[in-house]
Design a protein around this ligand. Structure first.
Ligand SMILES: Cc1cc2nc3c(=O)[nH]c(=O)nc-3n(C[C@H](O)[C@H](O)[C@H](O)COP(=O)(O)OP(=O)(O)OC[C@H]3O[C@@H](n4cnc5c(N)ncnc54)[C@H](O)[C@@H]3O)c2cc1C
Length: 404
């Protein structure tokens, strides 16, 4: 990693720059995902680094992993550069984590073993469980208190502003695709000796206001929800503050109301599986109840080594056929169909039993989101379609019939 000072002794752009004023219009305008880059002096590089102004998957993958993905290899086409894919659970799940807590446990071990000086993670505001507060955690306790998703746009990169003078030289950054794309782009200018990147897959994120609309249209008691996840059984699982679990079938969502709820950044994103991370930890390629891990490079394996002895590990598996369900979903979404709940439950029952599982579920979700986003982009930002949809996404999208 290089330091901030340029070899010629000239002042680097970020040393002259100031964060943008909160509330101002950011350069990506309506497509901004509030990743936080513009809330730091590294806004100096926003034109080239912002995921919504400049797509640079090939360059990012080559710099981070030594090569870009092999488009003729179906696993890489879908899930990105990889040296290993597996499914796992922490043998002793972390109470209150989003799944079993592998991400938080890696953060804790990275600090305990001295691999890094700090972990970039996302806590929550004191007043609202869903308002994200990014931080540079220096202790295992701080990492642990950041466990569980804050399912809203989070300005993770604003904490870069705290790096100069902090003494932090080795950093583990946890984040979603848009945050990691910008982080990778400015990586050579950061005052760090070492950067590890632990990525989360991500789709359909929302602003805090959007989350409220989603909860109010979907769940029985929006104010008591403390945790939710779209899971591999085609249902959304909500946990309430009294411990009660409630599930809603995907096919029962109020599509007419929810079409506009997702952030425009997410409706134009094709980095679902976090292409730039060293290690990705999600759930979408695993069977129900397990987590899914993709090791992209040796640094990713180094992160996994921190916890592998504590995991119950299994190979990835795949079954079912996604294509017909994806094609039907494209048409139903476009017509904004809202199904009666008994029909939604019935479809959910059959899809769960006979539908795609494991990696095929992951491909189902990627196909559904990439096709939806391609249509959205064509309708809302036709001028961006050419530059914005990466080659791997184009190949996937070309397998389906899209509405005009
Ligand atoms: C907005 C969002 C959408 C996601 N969508 C998918 C998906 O579609 N498919 C899939 O397979 N996986 C998805 N994930 C990842 C998945 O839900 C779990 O976060 C992941 O499997 C890790 O689980 P865990 O129990 O190990 O995490 P935990 O140990 O509970 O740790 C969660 C970590 O998430 C970080 N975090 C919380 N909120 C945010 C945020 N808004 N932005 C960035 N980082 C955050 C925290 O810093 C914490 O370190 C998503 C995650 C987020 C945040």
């Amino acid at each position: 990693m290089t330091s901030a000072a340029s070899p010629s002794g000239a002042v680097a752009p970020h040393e002259r720059a100031k964060p943008l004023a909160k509330g101002s219009v950011y350069p990506a305008k309506d497509l901004c995902s509030q990743c936080g880059l513009c809330d730091s002096r590294w806004v100096a590089y926003v034109k080239d680094s912002c995921a919504f102004l400049n797509q640079r998957f090939d360059a990012m993958e080559a710099a981070a992993h030594g090569r870009s993905r092999d488009l003729d290899n179906e696993d890489e086409l879908y899930f990105g550069v990889q040296q290993r894919m597996l499914t796992a659970r922490l043998q002793q799940p972390l109470d209150g984590a989003q799944w079993t807590g592998i991400v938080s446990r890696i953060g804790v071990r990275a600090l305990e073993t001295g691999l890094v000086d700090a972990v970039l993670c996302v806590g929550q505001s004191e007043d609202d469980r869903f308002t994200p507060v990014p931080r540079l955690a220096r202790t295992p306790e701080e990492v642990l208190s950041a466990r569980v998703n804050k399912p809203t746009l989070s300005p993770n990169l604003e904490v870069l502003e705290q790096l100069p003078g902090s003494g932090i030289k080795r950093l583990l950054a946890i984040g979603v695709g848009c945050q990691i794309q910008a982080l990778r782009a400015v990586q050579p200018t950061l005052p760090l000796d070492e950067l590890f990147v632990l990525g989360l897959p991500c789709v359909d994120n929302v602003s805090r206001q959007g989350l409220q609309t989603f909860l109010e249209s979907t769940v029985s008691s929006p104010d008591t929800v403390v945790h939710y996840e779209f899971m591999q059984d085609f249902r959304i699982h909500f946990r309430h503050s009294d411990g009660r679990e409630e599930t809603v079938p995907f096919f029962g969502l109020d599509t007419p109301k929810l079409k506009d709820v997702f952030a425009p950044s997410c409706l134009s994103c094709f980095d679902y599986t976090n292409a730039g991370a060293d290690l990705v930890v999600g759930y979408m390629g695993a069977t129900f109840g397990r987590q899914w891990l993709t090791v992209r490079n040796p640094k990713g394996q180094q992160l996994l080594d921190l916890v592998e002895a504590e995991l119950d590990v299994a190979p990835v598996s795949s079954s079912g056929q996604r294509q017909a369900a994806v094609q039907q979903g494209i048409e139903a979404y476009d017509k904004a169909v809202k199904l009666p709940i008994w029909v939604a439950n019935l479809i959910g029952f059959f899809v769960e039993r006979f539908g795609p599982k494991g990696l095929e579920y992951g491909r189902f979700s990627i196909d559904s989101h990439f096709t939806r986003n391609a249509v959205w982009l064509r309708r809302h930002h036709p001028d961006k379609v050419e530059a914005h949809i990466p080659a791997f996404a184009r190949r996937i999208i070309s397998r389906y019939r899209l509405p005009d």
